[in-house]
Design a protein around this ligand. Structure first.
Ligand SMILES: [Ca+2]
Ligand SMILES: [Ca+2]
Ligand SMILES: [Ca+2]
Ligand SMILES: [Ca+2]
Length: 324
């Protein structure tokens, strides 16, 4: 019996390594990233019609890489139509100097030099049945075409998805792969963003997550969310926190709230849980979120949570109570 359990656990661990590196990540349970055309009203759920993602490739990895976009088009079965589909959107891939390290690239708004670095590839889409519900691929690229960032121990690439016209919503996902025909993971690679603009599930039983990483300088955390449509609640779970409720937004508004970081939470990921209202179910809900520390610096959301998905440890709270 123990051997069976061991084998099952072993296979789960192994299969997670063999499975592709999707963005959004497996543990996030977010159906799609979401970016609207520039003529959309913000009340549809996108505050700025632009989204930036970074991809880290560890320097030990030497083979070519591919950046794959699922449902790159704006039309067809996946995407949110407003009237008729008339939206254009551009995906741009950057590497080289400043692709990541330019401060404008790490903000929440598409301003200044947010498209810093060397433009390695770019492609615009509108209605395009060929790339509806299928893949478009940038690559191959040598990992060294990214920007080398010492503290990450690897090369960083950036993809910016910008709405350029129209008022429809683009739903899409990314995969970082070693193959242009299959989704093959790169060990130790991951993706991250400083602001997430995404589509929630329609099924009220599905819970979506993001995992901001809290470093040891973080004392307080401020979350801001946009256009939550009062869809249930957002709560934070961590190794030391059972369920911290966050202030949530209604239609077309930003709402923020803050909480203090506990010692045990330093150098761990927080689990922001997006829990839907059970009834009546909110459909087609697009949401934007970012999280900052006390210096107003954005915390990165990693598609694979650093240190794993944090689990609340009952013992920590007991110890804290005893100390008082
Ligand atoms: Ca339209
Ligand atoms: Ca589509
Ligand atoms: Ca799409
Ligand atoms: Ca919304």
């Amino acid at each position: 019996m123990n051997r069976i359990i061991f084998t099952v656990v072993f296979l789960i661990v192994i299969s997670r390594h063999l499975f592709p590196q999707p963005v959004p990540g497996d543990d996030e349970n977010i159906p799609y990233l979401m970016t609207f055309g520039t003529k959309a009203q913000k009340s549809w759920g996108d505050d700025d019609f632009s989204q930036t993602f970074f991809f880290l490739i560890p320097e030990s990895f030497k083979n070519p890489v591919y950046f794959k976009i699922f449902d790159a088009d704006i039309g067809g079965t996946i995407d949110e139509m407003n009237g008729t589909f008339d939206t254009q959107m551009t995906y741009s891939l950057y590497g080289g100097k400043e692709a990541y390290s330019n401060i404008d690239a790490q903000g929440t708004d598409p301003v200044g030099k947010y498209k810093s670095g060397n433009l390695l590839a770019t492609k615009s889409f509108g209605v395009n049945p060929r790339y509806d519900n299928s893949w478009y691929v940038f690559g191959p690229f040598n990992p060294t075409e990214g920007e080398y960032v010492k503290r990450f121990g690897g090369y960083i690439f950036k993809i910016v998805c910008d709405g350029t016209s129209g008022d429809d919503g683009n739903m899409y996902r990314y995969f970082l792969s070693t193959s242009n025909t299959e989704n093959k993971a790169i060990e130790g690679a991951f993706a991250f963003a400083y602001e997430y603009s995404f589509r929630m599930h329609d099924n009220p039983k599905e819970v979506s997550h993001i995992y901001p990483y809290v470093d040891d300088r973080t004392i307080t955390v401020k979350q801001m969310n946009f256009d939550w449509d009062k869809d249930g609640f957002i709560r934070v779970v961590s190794v030391a926190r059972k369920g911290q409720m966050c202030a949530t937004s209604n239609e077309d508004e930003w709402v923020s709230s803050e909480f203090k970081i506990l010692d045990e939470e330093k150098n761990t990921s927080l689990d922001f849980q997006f829990i839907k209202r059970q009834s009546p179910a909110v459909k087609n809900n697009n949401v934007v979120i970012n999280v900052r520390n006390q210096y107003n610096e954005l915390l990165p959301f990693n598609t694979i949570p650093i240190g794993g998905v944090p689990k609340y440890k009952y013992g920590i709270e007991v110890k804290k109570v005893e100390k008082k």
